[in-house]
Write a protein that binds this ligand. Structure first.
Ligand code: R5P
Length: 291
């Protein structure tokens, strides 16, 4: 069975990594964005029986998502079976009707992927595994936590406490803590669903003489990390670091984070100045079973 990796324009680095690790041919995808914002893609090579389409859906989210749909649809129409790798899966946070009348965005994404012929989906650290349940095909989320934890193992940290900024991320923080042989806690975070504003409670721990590592799936505006770092410093933490999988870093988030935290490490699911950890090996590990 011939399988090739299609390098979506948003994720060329990861596509190259997958092609190298799995020993599969890389097919380039040419992108043209017209002045009105429409995208046109062109596959620059012949396809195999299976196409692994690699395209993250970080901002501009809708354009990147639509480009993924165009590539998948074209591959399918050429007779290839489509495995979609979306290292960062946008819209996964809206996996419920939080307020009456709200669209469940991830359910719509799932329907679109199915429509264009996607047969499997692979992502990294989906916001909540609940989102995978909407996919009408096999869908899996691999964890980047071991790769991120590896980065912190070599650092000289003072009795580090691993902290999740909210209850939803507790399992991720626990897994990270185990790997660096430390303990973890989570903060109580409340979001006003109308305004989007967040409120966090100060943790009941004494962090004097200790460092803290905030572990989260996404850093977008930086609001959650900055608020959490303030509370951890108030609780006595010497230094506050963060490990996040998807560094969206919208607007001036990175500058504000640099002022409030002592360091941030992220993966290359979203390119940014702090996206140092390559997720290709963990994605390839999962894809090996398919190719
Ligand atoms: C929310 O529950 C997520 O896990 C992240 O904590 C959130 O998306 C981060 O967003 P921001 O950086 O805008 O606070």
């Amino acid at each position: 069975m011939a399988c090739k990796v299609l390098a979506g324009p948003a994720s060329r680095e990861i596509a190259e990594g997958l092609s190298r690790i799995l020993g599969l041919e890389l097919v380039d995808v040419e992108l043209r964005v017209f002045p009105d914002g429409e995208s046109k893609v062109r596959l620059l090579g012949d396809l195999g029986d299976v196409s692994i389409v690699v395209q993250s859906t970080y901002p501009p989210v809708d354009s990147h998502l639509f480009q993924a749909l165009l590539i998948a649809h074209k591959a399918k129409s050429l007779g290839s079976r489509v495995v979609m790798v979306m290292p960062y899966l946008g819209y996964a946070r809206q996996d419920k009707e939080f307020l009456k009348g709200e669209a469940v965005s991830i359910a719509t994404v799932a329907r679109l992927l199915k429509c264009v012929g996607v047969e499997r989906l692979l992502t990294v650290d989906i916001h909540s595994v609940h989102g995978l349940g909407y996919m009408p095909f096999q869908a899996y989320s691999v964890s980047a936590i071991p790769l991120l934890a590896e980065r912190f193992k070599g650092m000289e940290l003072s009795d580090p406490l691993v902290v999740s900024p909210d209850l939803g991320g507790r399992n991720r923080a626990e897994a990270f803590a185990k790997l660096i042989k430390s303990e973890s806690v989570y903060l109580r975070k409340f979001r006003d669903r109308e305004t989007g504003e967040i409120r966090m409670e100060r943790p009941e721990v004494d962090l004097k003489g200790r460092d803290a590592i905030l572990v989260d799936d996404i850093v977008s505006t930086g609001g959650s990390l900055i608020k959490a770092a303030e509370l951890l410093k108030e609780a006595g933490a010497d230094r506050v670091y963060s490990a996040c999988t998807h560094a969206l870093l919208v607007g001036d988030a990175l500058e504000r984070i640099k002022e409030a935290l002592d360091g941030l490490v992220a993966t290359n699911t979203v390119p940014s100045p702090v996206s140092e950890v390559d997720v290709s090996p963990v994605l390839a590990g999962h894809l090996k079973t398919l190719v």
